[in-house]
Design a binder for this molecule. Structure first.
Ligand SMILES: NC(=O)c1ccc[n+]([C@@H]2O[C@H](COP(=O)([O-])OP(=O)(O)OC[C@H]3O[C@@H](n4cnc5c(N)ncnc54)[C@H](OP(=O)(O)O)[C@@H]3O)[C@@H](O)[C@H]2O)c1
Length: 362
């Protein structure tokens, strides 16, 4: 099936009417095999919850989509959240307003971001596990809390700065460059640090997009030989590689490292739906160039949340970081929005406006 046909198959389940009479939820209908399919999701409605003493009632406005959600649906995610079973509401972070509060620390009308789940309302005790943060009053659109000024932004920042230790003039390579994390890393590396970034993305439109968002050159992995293009564009080798895809791309980079090169292991999306794990055989190439390869997990960097969010907002304000969010309209579209990630249909951070809220809504 072509990606277009696979995504069109979601039209049936994503066209439902969502009203304000109930709490609408997307739940797991069955464990996904490979890329998610419409039959993996079920739309459920139940009464809007009433907050008990010590709880707030949250009205969801924007939800962010991330590749990890397929692992939530499979019950195999290692993010610290409870493993989900068939019939459970899918985990997801986003932006909401406190509409009723019986909690001493949270006021009515405050905007927050945190673990809401794929649902239009939530009664919450605002526990540390849900990782709620107040939305800063910085004049930037609330939708950014579901991505660029949310966990996607913290991932991009932590991966690039805390792990990658980027230096001006670093000869950098970035995979998944047109995605949520990648579109931020390319701009921060090029415009904040001054690295020379070669981005890797699928298709001519995305290659054009990444060259307008920080990349000095682009490799179209769908039509070009990555190894040959790296030989051409990075003839002197690679100082810094930010890896979103793993697999053969990571292997090609390992063969082309400069002295003291750094590899940041952010994600390996090209491996997520393989039936056989990819076996990296040339990791020993790190030795020859005193290189290092370092993974990171975004939730281990939450202590720097306030500083990072302020820094990202300042780069947006001075024009060095253009936030790119790809917003599907309406809660009903959530399953297709998740499938978009696996078919490479999104540019920037994939989000959903739950009630069709405008992108610029404050
Ligand atoms: N370590 C952490 O704490 C952390 C936090 C957040 C995210 N992540 C990981 O970081 C990666 C990027 O996340 P994201 O939120 O930016 O996701 P995203 O928005 O879906 O971007 C991922 C990009 O990967 C590309 N892609 C998809 N399948 C591919 C394949 N088979 N081969 C090569 N490229 C492929 C897609 O674009 P193309 O059209 O160009 O293929 C897409 O733009 C994911 O692997 C995610 O799991 C890790």
């Amino acid at each position: 099936m072509t990606p277009g046909a696979a995504l069109a198959a979601f039209d049936g389940i994503c066209a439902g009417e969502i009203d304000e009479e109930a709490n609408w939820q997307w739940r797991i209908a069955r464990r996904p095999q490979g890329i998610v399919r419409p039959e993996d999701f079920t739309l459920h409605s139940e009464p809007i919850p009433q907050p008990a003493e010590g709880e707030v009632l949250l009205r969801t406005h924007y939800l962010g989509l991330a590749p990890v959600m397929r692992f939530y649906m499979q019950g195999t995610a290692s993010t610290g959240y409870a493993q989900l079973g068939v019939g459970d509401v899918i985990h997801g972070r986003g932006v909401a307003q406190v509409v009723k509060s019986r909690h001493p620390d949270w006021r009515e009308s405050e905007m927050v971001q945190g673990q809401l789940g794929w649902q239009t309302w939530k009664a919450s005790r605002m526990t540390p596990q849900e990782k709620f943060f107040r939305m800063p009053k910085n004049g930037l659109p609330a939708a950014l809390g579901a991505g660029v000024l949310g966990m996607t932004g913290l991932s991009a920042h932590a991966g690039l700065f805390a792990c990658g230790n980027p230096k001006p003039e670093d000869r950098m390579v970035l995979s998944g460059a047109a995605g949520g994390v990648g579109s931020m890393v390319s701009q921060m590396a090029a415009k904040v640090v001054g690295c020379d970034v070669v981005g890797i993305a699928g298709g001519p439109e995305k290659c054009d997009f990444i060259q307008r968002h920080g990349c000095a050159a682009a490799i179209d992995y769908k039509s070009e030989d990555i190894a040959a293009r790296l030989d051409d564009l990075r003839a002197d080798g690679i100082d810094l590689y930010f890896d979103n895809v793993g697999g053969e791309t990571l292997s090609a980079v390992l063969d082309r490292l400069r002295l003291h090169a750094r590899i940041v292991l952010c994600g390996s999306i090209s491996e997520y739906t393989r039936s056989e794990p990819f076996g990296l055989t040339n990791y020993t190439r790190l030795r020859a160039s005193d290189a290092r390869m370092q993974g990171f997990f975004v939730y281990n960097h939450l202590d720097r949340w306030d500083v990072v969010m302020e820094e990202l907002a300042s780069w947006i304000a001075d024009g060095r970081l253009k936030p790119v969010q790809d917003i599907e309209k309406g809660f009903a579209a959530m399953p297709r929005a998740l499938a978009n990630l696996y078919y490479g249909a999104n540019v920037g951070v994939q989000c959903c406006s739950v009630r069709g809220e405008p992108e610029e809504w404050l």
